[in-house]
Design a binder for this molecule. Structure first.
Ligand code: B12
Ligand code: SF4
Length: 464
């Protein structure tokens, strides 16, 4: 069977193309079973034409689209724009997994996949190929003759090493690496043990039975990294796991092997709770050059009570001091515009970042994801402006919430002024560069400066 996988990455901020592990993994499993796959990557503004052209040329038997919540409004439009082809369509990914009820009302959608899709999609494709019944496949919900057939999920895949390496060839992988500061991304694990109230992990862990947080063996990860760097021009490695440092022994073993066998510098995502001076030193010795941590909100009480992130400010400050002490660069992720947040509460995020002075910062505007506690809180308190839900804007640069204590105009202003407030008086270079990046015209300037962005980034984070 010919399966066309679609990666909608429409109106995403930052100017870098990205790889999609989920689609890469689905493709690898399908190819191994002798099916054919191809990709349509949709980037930039909404435009269905490249997908329509691709369908005409590739003539797929099935179209599989991955979904995050922000993209779903575009996906509904895409489904309508390609409906005249009459091809079997299926959506998977975190959004549809946590909002499977969408199938009922999505006129041009035939099926959805809840949770992990490798074996479910393979079973579906095989069944369609052999004209067998498709209403009884685990993880797959199908709409047939106006009725939705919902099925339970199979357990989470226990042994991630049993899966083939993700299919990098599905994408123009070298182009992705080039557009993303010459970095190649990998994932050593699936899942996250924490339950932050704004993050889909809190719901995704409940869709199936079995162990949610799983790590691949170190040998398996290192073999994949070696394979990729031997085939593509790559300067650094990004381990894009939700939290790479959950298991201390794993980190220790990984650092030993990586440091011995791979020369490329790497970066990871981590949580302050998992860090200590010896772990940070271990990472540094293995050629880790930067660690990224979600700080999200600077008010300890708000973080604990609204976001379910109980770490203290003192611990955050200590972790950043220690990271700098061993010579690691640092990055914080921050969010503004949470339900129940106010201007004063947001200023705590500014103050904490001012204090710790990370090498770089990322700030987003809060987006509510179905299946998360904060989404439920938005519904309960009538915070979502329904008429703005399908509005087009660049992901996480605007809000669809109407918060009584934090007007939209003020949220947008806090978002734009955040880097200036953090770095002003501490690092003029960073204050100015990030101010431009987060300004009204930032998106346009990023695109314009795209040939030079590697040098600008290096210049911006130079120093501590
Ligand atoms: C790595 C990562 C990224 C990477 C790589 C993207 C990717 N998905 O590979 C990058 C940095 C590019 C990225 C970007 C974004 N991300 Co992100 N990302 C993640 C992270 C940490 C891991 C995803 C992953 O690779 N998992 C492993 C793979 C194997 O799983 P998977 O992709 O979910 O795919 C499996 C199933 O979902 C299913 N499946 C998926 N698609 C399909 C399609 C079909 C047809 C079928 C049958 C099955 C199927 O089968 C796959 C194999 O089992 C998750 C957190 C998480 N735990 O999921 C957030 C997460 C997916 N990201 C999130 C967000 C918000 C974004 C951005 C919108 C942020 C932004 N820049 O604005 C973009 C959106 C990009 C896009 N257009 O989809 C949210 C989505 C929440 C939501 N409900 O919308 C998550 C869940 C984190 C969170 N905060 O809750 N992300
Ligand atoms: S630690 Fe990060 S990935 Fe894990 S639940 Fe919280 S926000 Fe999500």
């Amino acid at each position: 069977m010919r399966v066309l996988l679609v990666y909608p990455d429409i109106n995403i901020r930052g100017g870098a193309l990205s790889y999609h592990y989920g689609l890469g993994s689905l493709s690898a499993v399908l190819k191994k079973a002798n099916h054919q796959t191809s990709l349509q990557y949709l980037y930039g503004n909404y435009d269905p034409k490249p997908l329509i052209q691709k369908i005409k040329e590739y003539k797929p038997d099935i179209i599989g689209i991955t979904t995050v919540s922000f993209q779903y409004k575009y996906i509904k439009r895409l489904l309508q724009d390609i409906s005249h082809f009459g091809i079997f369509t299926i959506c998977g990914g975190p959004h549809i997994s946590l909002a499977p009820y969408e199938l009922e009302t999505a006129e041009y959608l035939n099926a959805i996949c809840v949770g992990e899709g490798e074996y479910a999609l393979l079973e579906l494709v095989n069944a369609l190929e052999q004209n067998r019944d498709v209403t009884n496949i685990k993880n797959i919900w199908v709409k047939k003759d106006g009725r939705v057939y919902s099925n339970p999920c199979r357990p989470f895949i226990e042994d991630l090493d049993s899966l083939p390496f993700v299919d990098r060839e599905l994408f123009d992988f070298q182009k992705i690496v080039n557009s993303d500061y010459d970095r190649a991304e990998f994932m050593a694990s699936r899942g996250c043990p924490y339950s932050c109230t704004y993050c889909s992990n809190s719901g995704l862990r409940k869709v199936a039975e079995g162990k949610y947080v799983r790590f691949r063996s170190i040998k398996n990860v290192i073999t994949e990294i070696k394979d990729v760097i031997s085939r593509y021009k790559v300067k650094s490695i990004y381990l894009n796991d939700d939290v790479f440092t959950i298991n201390k022994n794993y980190v220790e073993e990984f650092c030993k092997t990586y440091g011995r066998e791979i020369e490329h510098p790497f970066e990871i995502n981590t949580r302050v709770e998992n860090l200590s001076l010896p772990i940070l030193q271990m990472l540094k010795n293995a050629r880790c050059y930067r660690i990224a941590m979600g700080l999200e909100q600077g008010d300890e009480k708000f973080r604990k009570e609204v976001l379910n992130r109980p770490m203290s400010n003192r611990r955050i400050e200590e972790a950043f001091t220690q990271a700098k002490q061993v010579g690691l660069k640092t990055k914080t992720f921050n969010i503004v515009g949470f339900p129940f947040e106010t201007y004063d509460i947001h200023m705590s995020t500014v103050m904490l970042n001012r204090k710790i002075q990370p090498s770089s910062i990322v700030i987003y505007i809060f987006e509510p994801y179905p299946g998360t506690p904060l989404y439920e809180a938005c519904i309960k308190n009538n915070f979502i402006e329904k008429q703005r839900e399908d509005e087009e804007f660049v992901s996480r640069t605007d809000t669809i919430l109407k918060l009584p204590m934090f007007p939209r105009k003020q949220i947008l202003s806090c978002y734009r002024r955040f880097p200036w407030r953090v770095y002003r008086g501490k690092s003029l270079k960073r204050a100015l560069l990030f101010k431009i990046y987060y300004s009204k015209y930032g998106e346009f300037i990023i695109k314009l400066m795209s040939p030079f962005k590697k040098y600008i980034q290096r210049f911006a984070i130079k120093g501590n």
